[in-house]
Write a protein that binds this ligand. Structure first.
Ligand code: 5CA
Ligand code: ZN
Length: 409
């Protein structure tokens, strides 16, 4: 699939710092040390509804990771998927009487518009589950032939016990894994499974559902985790730098994906670092398509809110925190955007070199965007004194905010 247009990232003087970030697998902070081309896979949307502020917050976090890398003069190889066939999408299509493929296409198009408006850097490969199927089938066959997968009825399951490192991404106990598996698309209670946690790799065709030729697997459709594994291995290979997503993906999705890939290749790890963003809620509950308590990016834009203000609202919260979307969060962001724009519209100002270094340091410190915003606030406030005479200052400040925070002033 095509992704969305890239907004330009202005060049900055000097060089950024290496990113220190919280890694879920080791439950501690690591300093990322990518090569000249940093490799990142971020799990994409399941396109059965519009992009909400929770999605946007998660994509914002991984956009910051890339901006920090770019500031260290590295290139970034970024891959994202679209889960354009899966149970929730098919259920929504049936419930609303829309063709599933048309629904996926419509919501993916809206996602592209939202990402463009928010100035999120696009992936170099943006790959749908459906288009990945020809690559998924041989992987499932290989897992089965190697004894890491087994048939149950006509479905094929992955055996989690085939990966000695299983459990190493999310570090949960068996009971927690079982509960989350049931909540997040697994079927721990299905009789006949070798381990209740085993996830489906290939689902045999069901009456009234779309299905594809699975060669020796028979007609069917892919499981969720193998989708991301096939796409990541195809474009990034083993041992890429970061796999990202919201914290609800740590288990089972990223845990299972890591095990699939490790069983397939005999190598470890799938991703060097697993990074997870907190959950954004509304009225005390996690914002989720299935609960319907959503604030959409597109609706907010249509109501006349500048996308840069939406982005500032996301940045005002630390990416690892669970936080609530409220009108106040947005109102504060709108006011901050106006203050910053007024500050950079002056012909001169206080030198901004120190501000650039403060933003760099804040982001390198586990993407501390609230701290970066506070630094810009201080610079913008000092501008109101009118004492500064550095003609380059407003330009440098706005380039720093654009390049490192994705906000165009
Ligand atoms: N297609 C799969 C990933 S392969 C999926 O999880 N799709 S999704 O549309 O449900 O979510 C897309 C991304 O947004 C995921 O990283 C998910 O963790 C994140 N996300 C979903 N809800 C929230 C929320 N309320 N707050 C923060 N992030 C969220
Ligand atoms: Zn994924």
């Amino acid at each position: 699939m095509y992704a969305w247009p890239a907004s330009e990232v202005p060049a900055l003087p000097g060089s950024g710092r290496d990113l220190r970030i919280h890694d879920t697998a080791t439950a501690g902070r690591v300093t990322l040390a990518p090569g000249p081309v940093a490799r990142i896979y971020v799990c994409g949307i399941t396109p059965y509804d519009a992009t909400h502020m929770g999605h946007a917050a998660t994509y914002n976090a991984f956009d910051l990771v890339q901006r920090v890398w770019l500031d260290t003069k590295r290139q970034v190889h970024y891959v994202q998927n679209v889960t354009d066939v899966d149970d929730p999408l098919l259920e929504r299509a049936v419930a609303t009487g829309v063709d599933w493929a048309a629904l996926a296409e419509r919501e993916t198009a809206l996602f592209r518009e939202d990402m463009t408006a928010l100035r999120m850097l696009p992936p170099q490969q943006y790959i749908g589950a459906v288009e990945a199927i020809p690559g998924i089938v041989p992987l499932v066959e290989r897992l089965r032939d190697a004894g890491a997968a087994y048939e149950l009825g006509r479905d094929v399951y992955f055996s989690v016990d085939s990966d000695p490192a299983f459990g190493g991404v999310s570090n949960l106990d068996a009971e927690a894994m079982r509960i989350l598996s049931a909540e997040r698309g697994g079927d721990p209670d299905r009789p006949g499974k070798k381990n209740p946690l085993d996830p489906m790799l290939w689902m045999a065709a069901r009456e009234g559902e779309p299905s594809w030729d699975g060669a020796s697997l028979g007609q069917g459709r892919p499981g969720w985790h193998i989708e991301c594994v096939a796409i990541a291995l195809d474009h990034l290979g083993m041992g890429f730098d970061v796999q990202g997503g919201g914290s609800d993906l740590a288990f089972p999705h990223h845990e299972m994906g890591a095990s699939h890939a490790q069983a397939l290749t005999g190598e470890h790890p799938f991703a060097k670092t697993y990074v997870h963003a907190g959950m954004v809620g509304l009225n005390g509950e996690k914002m989720s398509k299935s609960k319907g308590n959503l604030v959409f990016v597109s609706t907010t834009r249509r109501n006349g809110v500048d996308p840069a203000a939406i982005r500032l609202a996301l940045l005002a919260n630390h990416y690892r925190a669970d936080w609530e979307w409220t009108d106040t969060v947005l109102d504060e962001a709108v006011a901050r955007l106006a203050r910053w724009r007024a500050a950079v519209s002056r012909p001169d100002g206080l030198p901004a070199e120190a501000l650039l270094e403060e933003i760099r340091e804040a982001l390198a410190d586990d993407l501390d965007s609230p701290k970066a915003l506070a630094a810009v606030d201080r610079w913008a406030l000092a501008q109101t004194s009118g004492d500064g005479t550095d003609e380059g200052a407003p330009g440098l400040a706005s380039r720093a905010v654009d390049a490192l925070l994705g906000v165009a002033l």
